[in-house]
Ligand binder design. Structure first.
Ligand code: NAD
Length: 295
């Protein structure tokens, strides 16, 4: 897609942070936006704020973990406009503490919001985007922690790895289609994510060390990058059809270390007599392409 002007975008987690910032950048370039968020009142207020500035914007309540909620939001979105940009972005932080002591409900909730919801998002809009034959775009929010994992929540890191995997696989699947794909890999950004995570957590609040960690994270993120800068970069990437969206280059040297560590661990084949995998055959058997190469 060379221009977002005149296109309608559906944004999950659109009431706040990176979602709302991207909405502002889209409307500044002539796009229309649907802000979908579990906090329906905040989504409605955010959309009203954009409308006051002359934008075409709709706020919707949506719980990205609920297929019924997606069905209802999808119908309302279609009444508003034909979605050609899907930004699957809603996310929450994970729990703290030793992995073996994780609360099961928090674990499931993290995966449901951060990873599983991309399926429901795509089920709702991707088919129509493909069938339209018009330039369309899917953006999925992962995180820098999916490449360089710092010592934070296992649930958060691993659900963001899953998200990166979803984007990698969709890049292959959508290669021959009219739908471009981007994966957003932000570093620290000054959003409300610690507060929203606390508000939405499905079980009682964390206490003691875990509560102190959450409080400290709030302070660290408060000094993070302006969401508006990230949002503008997302729109630029859509218009340039860029797959990777890296916003925080200070992580690059650590990404290189991670990659080098992995590559240096490749040794000889476990079976010296084996001819090696038929990777071209694997690709051909699935009728696909790799790295988003258009057919
Ligand atoms: N802030 C950062 O430093 C940072 C870094 C890397 C990645 N991210 C990712 O960016 C994305 C956006 O987060 P943010 O930082 O803007 O935080 P945010 O809390 O400001 O915005 C996230 C929005 O998602 C909504 N949300 C949460 N659960 C939902 C659900 N079940 N259904 C619908 N909406 C739901 C929240 O209500 C909130 O409005 C997330 O995927 C997050 O993991 C954030």
């Amino acid at each position: 897609m060379t221009s977002v002007a005149g296109k309608t975008a559906f944004i999950t987690g659109g009431a706040s942070g990176l979602g709302f910032a991207t909405a502002k950048a889209l409307v500044a370039k002539g796009g229309a936006v649907i802000l979908a968020d579990i906090d329906g009142a905040r989504a409605a207020a955010a959309a009203a704020e954009l409308r006051q500035q002359g934008a075409n914007a709709l706020g919707l309540q949506l719980d990205v973990t609920s297929e019924d909620s997606w069905e209802a939001a999808g119908a309302k979105a279609r009444d508003f406009g034909a979605v050609r940009i899907l930004f699957s972005n809603a996310g929450v932080g994970g729990g703290s503490g030793a992995f073996e002591q994780y609360d099961t409900d928090v674990w499931r909730w993290n995966y449901a919001v951060n990873a599983h919801a991309h399926l429901y998002a795509c089920r709702t809009f991707l088919g129509e985007m493909k069938a339209s034959g018009e330039p369309s775009h899917l953006v999925i929010t992962s995180s820098m922690v999916a490449i360089v994992p710092p010592p934070i929540s296992v649930a958060y890191i691993s659900s963001k790895y899953a998200t990166l995997g979803i984007a990698m696989a969709l890049r292959n699947e959508l290669g021959p289609s009219c739908v471009g794909v981007s994966v957003l890999m932000p570093g620290m950004s000054a959003t409300r994510i610690v507060e929203t995570t606390r508000d939405l957590r499905p079980v009682e609040q964390e206490t003691d060390d875990a509560a102190a960690t959450s409080h400290a994270m709030q302070g660290v993120l408060a000094g993070g990058m302006s969401p508006d800068k990230v949002g503008a970069r997302v729109v630029e990437a859509i218009e340039r059809d860029e797959y990777w969206i890296f916003t925080h280059p200070e992580w690059k040297s650590m990404a290189e270390l991670v990659t080098r560590d992995m590559l240096s661990s490749f040794g000889p084949s476990a079976d010296p007599g084996y001819r090696g995998d038929d990777i071209d055959g694997l690709i051909a058997a699935n009728g696909g392409c790799m790295f988003g190469a258009k057919a």
